[in-house]
Design a protein around this ligand. Structure first.
Ligand code: SR1
Ligand code: MG
Length: 428
């Protein structure tokens, strides 16, 4: 579905030549960069699918300026996309900063008409995907991401928020229709039948793609997951938490780009992230200069996937025990009645449901990044097509197991064992 939203006549895309002149009147920006605008240096660095992104450096400091375009940058003007996504991104950033302080870039200025957010420039950081391709370890990656997810997803839910605030928020983010629509189609439906914008490594993957598209159980489960995404408004999601939405330095991890923010199931963010870690694992063989060179690095990525879940689970449990102030499972109904053990049982049941969702969402994410429109650099940049197809096929097959068998898989260790078994089969 492509909607054409009315564009404010005052809206104008920024360019490296006009940015300084157009933003120099904004006090917060001038304060950050330095008042002498002639010294501002600006470059466009956007390589994502949707927006313009500029880095601006002045005498006093630097900023990133991100501006929405009225169309999907990856595809072009034939696919219009509302500018309002910048509004949702801004509101999501504000909430995430409050719920997990220090984990998202600081917002310096937001201009709704220009669909533009000026924020902290993370000059030492690179996109996590690049770090996976380079084979670099990131200190405390899983800890930072597990905590971020537990805190933002718990604190954005009816487990924590007061009901009036949450209902107003749910209504606000319900307006993010077109970005939701992208996820609904690109993640849950398009990979499973022939759609014009789909692509895959061909002819190497043609057989497995046909197999997956003829797999009734898989298609049904993907639609069950889509139904959960559309109707289970459990919490405010980041909505696009893949390794391109994480920036890392030697000692810091930040989460960026929540323009797909919407209320949805807790397992969606967790699953998307774990699916991306598993794809980074399978992609390693394609980045080895010598066979086996990345064996220990590959294991490190699997460790991250295990730890991200265990940090998420333990922080979510801590918040359940200490911050359950919303309308669900009230302390007045449990602990205050002497039923603390029942509250623990309810927690285990909720975590088990999130776990099942997580595996399913991880699986469909792995499929869409290999079969759909938006691919990932860890696989895409493997130039030897046979090698790439091998990595992709293993990811596709594990993705299928996660979606279809999610009720039977109990631990991250089981998932890691499956991933390892696929890697071992490939070399023997
Ligand atoms: C048309 S946008 C394609 C993808 O890029 C974004 O990062 C989201 O992941 C979206 O699904
Ligand atoms: Mg993005």
């Amino acid at each position: 579905m492509n909607r054409t939203a009315a564009i404010d006549p005052a809206y104008k895309p920024l360019s490296v030549d006009t940015l300084a002149e157009r933003l120099s009147g904004v006090e917060a920006i001038a304060a950050r960069l330095g008042a002498d605008r002639s010294a501002w240096r600006c470059r466009e660095v956007g390589d994502g699918n949707l927006n313009l992104v500029f880095i601006v450096e002045g005498r006093a400091g630097s900023l990133v300026v991100k501006q929405a375009l009225p169309y999907v940058r990856l595809v072009g003007e034939s696919w219009p996309l509302p500018l309002k996504r910048a509004f949702f991104e801004y509101h999501a950033l504000v909430r995430q900063a409050d719920r997990d302080p220090g984990r998202v870039p600081e917002v310096v200025h937001f201009d709704e008409k220009q669909a533009c957010i000026a924020m902290e420039y993370l000059s030492r950081h690179i996109i996590l995907r690049r770090s996976f391709i380079a084979g670099d370890r990131v200190a405390r990656l899983s800890e930072a991401l597990g905590l971020f997810m537990a805190r933002t997803l718990f604190r954005g839910s009816d487990l924590s928020m007061d009901t009036a605030t949450r209902k107003a928020d749910l209504a606000l983010f319900a307006g993010n229709i077109e970005l939701c629509d992208i996820t609904e189609n690109l993640v849950f439906s398009d990979p499973y039948f022939e759609v014009e914008m789909n692509r895959h490594t061909t002819p190497q993957l043609d057989g497995v793609v046909a197999e997956l598209r003829a797999d009734h159980a898989l298609k049904i489960e993907a639609q069950h997951l889509k139904s959960a995404f559309c109707s289970n408004a459990e919490t405010l999601l980041h909505g696009d938490l893949h390794s391109g939405s994480v920036m890392v330095s030697r000692d810091d991890v930040r989460v960026i780009d929540p323009e797909f923010a919407v209320y949805g199931p807790i397992g969606f963010d967790v699953g998307m992230l774990i699916g991306n870690l598993l794809m980074a694992y399978f992609g390693q063989r394609g980045h080895e200069a010598q066979a086996g060179e990345r064996d220990t690095y590959r294991e490190w990525i699997l460790d991250q996937a295990c730890e991200v879940w265990s940090v998420f689970e333990s922080e979510f449990s801590r918040l359940w025990r200490t911050e359950r102030t919303g309308i669900l499972y009230q302390r007045t109904l449990f602990e205050d009645q002497g039923h603390a053990l029942a509250a623990e049982a309810a927690l285990s049941q909720r975590l088990a449901a999130i776990w099942r969702d997580t595996l399913g969402f991880a699986g469909v994410e792995m499929h869409r990044r290999i079969l759909g429109l938006a691919h990932i650099a860890e696989l895409e940049e493997i130039t030897d097509e046979d090698l790439r197809a091998g990595c992709e096929e293993r990811a596709l097959r594990l993705g299928r197991q996660l979606v279809v068998n999610r009720g039977a898989l109990r631990t991250m260790n089981e998932i890691c064992a499956l991933a390892r078994a696929m890697e071992t089969e490939a070399v023997t």
